[in-house]
Design a binder for this molecule. Structure first.
Ligand code: NDP
Length: 285
């Protein structure tokens, strides 16, 4: 067997961003500058780094963004008030509240306070519901990025067995739903799944979103499968690694995504796509 073709999310992101840059330039001629407002609560280093990546990507494509930094001690009421203000600010097209939030704030309440027409993260129940019934909506960025990666390689989804390992609301569940919308037969696996390997070995498309280094290796993968590794794990030597053991899995797979330079950059890129979509739709109203 030959080794897998690597789907490079960084390169694909670059291509998509160059396309978006042209679209943003065109919108600017019409007087529309897509604008993303990011809200960051507290000082979590990982959150800070995600937020700066998102802002940098906005700048690269000619979009504008601003960052509202709030102290760790901000009350839920104050945060909800801010969101209400942003909902009514015509200059703001996308609102992103970086998660996780401090324990004293009800995350779901904050997500549901965002106007669905500005919900560029795609986490609002209205967005999720629309996705579920196959309506046009903001798709959650990581699943949207995964589908975009598959399509970039013309990988057939219809009729394939897609196995999703992980069932979080932001990755596992929605990526399964999007693959179902594309006519895959979908199986969800999680921490209570018995005989995980029996499922993963029957996957034509295997998506792994667990958050544990190398829970999946070549032995778990069917010959010729497409392997999408969502995991981002910081290991002892300080480097990043995925949920999949890349070296052994690539000997079995037909396509595989690396970590880093895989799904991660695509997530940010789809956030930009959603922000442009929001800007266009809000200006059409
Ligand atoms: P969660 O912790 O919310 O969910 C993890 C899921 O994995 C749960 O459904 C859990 O099952 C399941 N699980 C845990 N252990 C096992 C196991 N041994 N076997 C099978 N299933 C297991 O994580 P997220 O979905 O938020 O993130 C997953 C990974 O993806 C993380 O590494 C995260 O950093 C990364 N990530 C990367 C993004 C990117 O842009 N590249 C974006 C978002 C996340 P149960 O439900 O039963 O507890």
């Amino acid at each position: 067997s030959k080794t897998a073709e690597v789907i490079n999310g960084k390169d694909l992101s670059h291509e998509l961003k160059m396309e978006m840059k042209q679209e943003v330039a065109q919108l600017e001629k019409e007087g529309i500058v897509p604008h993303l407002t990011v809200v960051l609560v507290g000082e979590d280093p990982a959150s800070k780094s995600y937020v700066s990546g998102k802002q940098k990507a906005c700048t690269e494509t000619g979009m504008s963004s601003d960052l509202i930094k709030l102290d760790e001690t901000v009350t839920e009421e104050e945060l909800l008030k801010l969101i209400d203000k942003l909902n009514h600010d015509n200059h703001v097209h996308g609102i992103l509240v970086q998660l996780p939030l401090p324990k004293h704030i009800a995350e779901q309440k904050v997500i549901e306070a965002i106007d669905p027409s500005k919900d560029v993260d795609g986490f609002h129940p209205v967005s999720i519901g629309r996705m579920m019934i196959g309506e046009d909506t903001f798709l959650p960025c990581t699943p949207y990025g995964i589908i975009t990666m598959l399509k970039s390689k013309n990988i057939e989804i219809s009729g394939k067995h897609a196995v999703i390992v992980g069932r979080s609301n932001i990755v596992g569940k929605p990526v399964g739903q999007l693959l179902l919308n594309e006519n895959a037969t979908v199986t969800y696996c999680h921490s209570r799944t018995k005989n995980l390997r029996e499922f993963t070995k029957s996957a034509d498309i295997l998506v792994v979103a667990v958050g544990k280094p190398h829970v999946i290796n070549g032995e778990d993968v069917k010959e010729g499968a497409v392997v999408i590794d969502v995991g981002v794990n910081r290991i002892e030597d300080g480097s990043l690694t995925g949920d999949v053991d890349f070296d052994s899995a690539k000997e079995k797979a037909s396509y595989i995504t690396p970590v880093p330079k895989g799904v991660g950059p695509m997530t940010i890129t789809m956030l930009l796509k959603n922000t442009i979509k929001a800007a266009k739709e809000l200006n059409r109203k």
